[in-house]
Design a binder for this molecule. Sequence first.
Ligand code: NPQ
Ligand code: MG
Length: 389
Amino acid sequence: MPRTAAPVSPTAGPVPGGPRMRVDAVELVRIAMPLVSPFRTSFGVQTDRDVLLVHLLGDGGEGWGECVAMSEPGYSSEYTEAAQQVIEGHLLPRILAPDRLTAAEVEALMAPVRGHRMAKAALEMAWLDLELRAAGRSLADYLGAVRAEVDCGVSVGMTDTSEQLLETVRGYLEAGYRRIKLKIEPGTDVDRVRAVRERFGPDVLLQVDANAAYSLEDADHLARLDEFGLVLIEQPLPEEQLLGHAKLARRLATPICLDESITSAAVAAEAIEMGACRIVNIKAGRVGGYLEARRIHDVCAARAVPVWCGGMLETGIGRAANVALAALPNFTLPGDTSASDRYFHQDITEPFVLHDGRLRVPTGPGLGVEVQRDVVDSLTTRSTVVRRR
Ligand code: NPQ
Ligand code: MG
C-alpha cells in the first residue's frame, strides 16, 4: 500500500532565536586552503580549497559564515565565483535594505531568488552566528541538539592502487574514525570495496559514495556490492533521477542514500515516498541553510528515515555548524564530520580534534569558534567589502 504523504514540517514552527540584527558591512573574503593531500572523487581531483567566507559587521557584533561551493561546478551546478556574484548582486541588496532582521527573516527574504542554495546558506550561517552570539546562545541549542559529542566518519578519496587505499584506510581506523566511506567509480569499485572489507573485517562500518557516476543500466553491476554488507550506497545516479533511484533500489539489497538529489525538505519527502532512498545525507550548504537542514531532519525523522551529516571540506567555521547539526536526534549514523587535520594542516579556527572517534559539539555563543584573523589574512586571495547604503 502506498504511504500517505505526511506534512513537510511535522514539528514546531520557527525556532525562537535571538534578536533582530542590523548589519552595516559585509566582508567577502576568499581564501585558498592547501589540502593535506589531493582529494579525488568520480568528478575530479582537488588540491586546494577555494573558500568564500562571509563576515558580517553590525551594531551587535560580528558573524562568520562559509560557502561550501567548490571552485568548479563538478559536484553540483554551484561554484565559488557564481556564489560570490549572486551574493553581491542579488542576495545582499535584499537583506541589507531592511533595518533589522533575524536569520529566519533573512531566509524568507532570499527565497524569491531561485536556487543558489550554497550562497544563501553562507549568508544564513553568518547571520545565525551574529544573532546567536548576541543572544548568548549556541547554534546547537538553537537547532535542538541532544548530544554533547558526535560520532565521526571519514570520506576516503580514490587512489591509484588498492594498496594505497588500504594504507589510507588503516591510518583513519587507527585515528579512531567510526565509519569509512569510500569514493567509488565504475571500473575499480568492486575490487576496492572487496579489498577493504577483506583486510579490515566485517565489523567496520563501510559505505560508498558514487557522486552520480552510474546509470540505471549499471544496476546488475552495482548489485555485486551487496555481498559486502555496506551501510549504504550514496548517490549512484544523477541528481535529477529520483525515479531512477527508486527503480535501482528495487534491484539492490544495499540501502540507497541520496546526497546531491536532496535539495530541500519537500524533495526529501518526495524521494522517501517514491522509495528513492532509505537514508538521507544532510548538507546545509546543498539545501540553502541550517534552517532547511533542520526541516529535512524533521521530515526524515517523521518517516523513520535515518540521516547523517555530510561534509564539503569545511574550515572550522562550517565544521562547527555541521557538528552542531549532527547533534540532533535523528542523526543516528556517523557523518563526514571529520577532524580538521583530515583536510588541513592549519585551520582558520581552533582545530576540531577527534576524541575516541568523536568531535565535541561547540557550546559557546553562535557557532562557538573563534576565527583566527591572522591566519585568514595569510590565506586571503581577494577581499571585498559591501556596505549598507
Ligand atoms: C560528498 N564530500 O559527499 C562530498 C563531495 C565533495 C567529504 O566526500 C572540494 C570541496 C572537494 C568539496 C570533493 C565528501 C570536494 C568537495 C568532494 C566535496 O559527495
Ligand atoms: Mg556525497
